[in-house]
Ligand binder design. Structure first.
Ligand code: FAD
Length: 469
């Protein structure tokens, strides 16, 4: 029987292990996880009637892999959509929350009137953004990639970058817009310039059919009734037949006819094939003695750290109407948080009646100093800003900080070329696959896709002898 070992029990590793078992229930599979629990950054806790998402809180349904997996796991009835009221978000300007204009999609407006009347931009800022209507296409630099900052400054001006693109996109990727690759994250905007010349014209043409929402297209975001932990628990149950080794850190791997996996517990595990579902810098460490070129390519993918802080309040302590799903904070506002979700407005069942759950983000590529603070000091600063921004009286009932160190890969300009080089080099090791958020998408559906395709590659490696899906 072929022995397969998956290293890393986050959503990518769980998806890989599950797909292996789905294809061949008799596979000899071991899943090794360094920490005491499966799920990686997916973690939901319950406290005093509140449902706390410590990592992600939702996934996008536009990418089908998470919904498809949920259905295969029998979880369809537990999927929940975002609240159909208040599908809007806010951006902070001069210390106040302003609504993202209807039809605005991350970088540019798809509707003229909400854009003209918004108070997020100054008159001069709007005039500069409108110049996009007349500006010529860029002369391509041959690399087919550009940083978010360079692109937005060029087409829409500095204010559009500082007040909209940085906080909206930074909120998703916790990234520095000066280095974030547009090709790897939002290629549709580069394509829009190529096809329509003007982003605004392109958005207007595409956006005519999409009205009634502002900011992110929230109807596309989903979770589960009891949070994302539902997915982790179902996957854990589905792979119960395989050997799961928690609290076991892999410290090295060696190649012989197959693989020898060394753990921190000073034992070794033999495998015919492995899937490395760990962050790229860990994969690099583990592969140093196997393939130095691959290890140094993996090391080129940099990471940022981010924290979430869940604040539980009585509803009447907060004066802001909380009539949206949350807000993002431009870096130029000089605040200690980068975004905040009104969790119980966004999804049902997140707080007891008469209460509110706020989920703030801090750190990211632009504010590493904040992430470096001890949890109590980080909490104090974020709470102070929330108090001002949402007009809160009094202290939260409780607050919980979750620090995710080096958790968010930074898709910097040239990222897709770096990933192509990694994949090219990896082709020389057919019984090794990589999965995770570092390569071709950092969202949950991307991670599931990467885990499942890593599993399928390993099954293909063994040939049709094992089974076919
Ligand atoms: C705060 C935060 C909020 C987010 N919000 C969203 C969101 O709302 N929607 C969305 O789609 N995405 C979101 N993301 C992104 C998404 O959650 C992650 O990209 C995804 O969960 C990463 O999964 P993974 O399995 O690739 O990595 P991880 O979750 O990091 O899992 C890797 C696992 O490998 C283990 N490991 C590491 N080293 C070793 C070793 N040497 N030996 C054994 N095991 C090891 C780790 O302990 C860990 O469990 C968010 C991310 C963060 C950090």
């Amino acid at each position: 029987m072929r022995r397969i070992v998956v290293i890393g029990g986050g959503i990518s590793g769980l998806a890989a292990a599950h797909r292996l078992i789905e294809i061949d229930p008799s596979v000899d599979l071991t899943l090794i996880e360094a920490s005491a629990r499966l799920g990686g950054t997916l973690r939901t806790d319950q406290r005093d009637g509140f449902l706390l998402e410590r990592g992600p809180d939702s996934f996008i349904s536009e990418k089908p892999e998470a919904v498809a997996l949920a259905k295969r796991l029998g979880l369809e009835s537990r999927l929940i959509e975002t609240n159909s009221d208040h599908r809007r978000s806010f951006i902070v300007r001069n210390g106040r929350l302003r609504q993202v204009p209807e039809g605005f999609q991350l970088l540019a407006p798809s509707r003229i009137w909400p854009f003209l009347t918004t108070d997020i931009f100054s008159l001069a800022g709007k005039a500069r953004m409108s110049a996009d209507l007349f500006l010529p296409r860029a002369i391509t630099n041959g690399t087919n990639d550009e940083s978010l900052a360079s692109f937005v400054r060029r087409r829409l001006g500095r204010e559009a970058l500082e007040r909209m693109a940085q906080p909206m996109v930074g909120g998703i990727y916790t990234a520095d817009p000066e280095t974030l690759s547009l090709r790897a994250t939002l290629p549709r905007f580069l394509d829009m310039e190529r096809d329509h010349r003007s982003l605004i014209l392109g958005m207007l043409r595409k956006g005519r059919s999409q009205t009634g929402t502002s900011g992110a297209r929230y109807s596309l975001f989903l979770s589960f009734d009891e949070g994302l932990q539902v997915l982790v628990d179902a996957l854990t149950k589905a792979i119960a037949g395989c050997q799961v080794r928690l609290n076991t850190k892999v410290v090295g791997i060696e190649r012989h006819s197959g693989w020898l996996i060394k753990t921190g517990k000073e034992d070794t595990i033999e495998a015919d094939a492995i899937c490395l579902a760990v962050p790229a810098y860990i994969a690099a460490q583990l592969l140093t003695s196997v393939d130095q070129t691959l290890a140094s390519q993996l090391n080129k993918i940099r990471y940022a750290s981010t924290a979430t802080i869940n604040f539980a309040y009585r509803r009447d302590a907060i004066q802001h109407p909380l009539d949206g799903f949350g807000f993002v904070v431009p870096f130029v506002e000089k605040r200690s948080l980068i975004a905040c979700t009104f969790s119980n407005v966004k999804f049902p069942g997140r707080a007891p009646s008469g209460h509110t759950l706020l989920r703030a983000f801090a750190g990211g590529a632009l504010q590493p100093d904040l992430f470096a603070l001890e949890a109590p000091e980080m909490l104090r600063r974020v709470e102070h800003d929330l108090r001002e921004l949402l007009r809160i009286d009094g202290k939260p009932l409780f607050a919980e900080v979750s620090k995710w160190s080096n958790s968010m890969p930074q898709y910097e300009v040239g990222h897709l070329d770096r990933v192509a080089a990694i994949e090219n080099q990896l082709a020389q090791l057919p019984n090794l696959t990589l999965a995770g958020n570092a390569y071709r998408g950092a969202g949950i559906p991307d991670c599931i896709r990467s885990g499942e395709s890593a599993a399928e590659k390993l099954i293909n490696y063994f040939g049709s002898g094992i089974a076919s899906a």
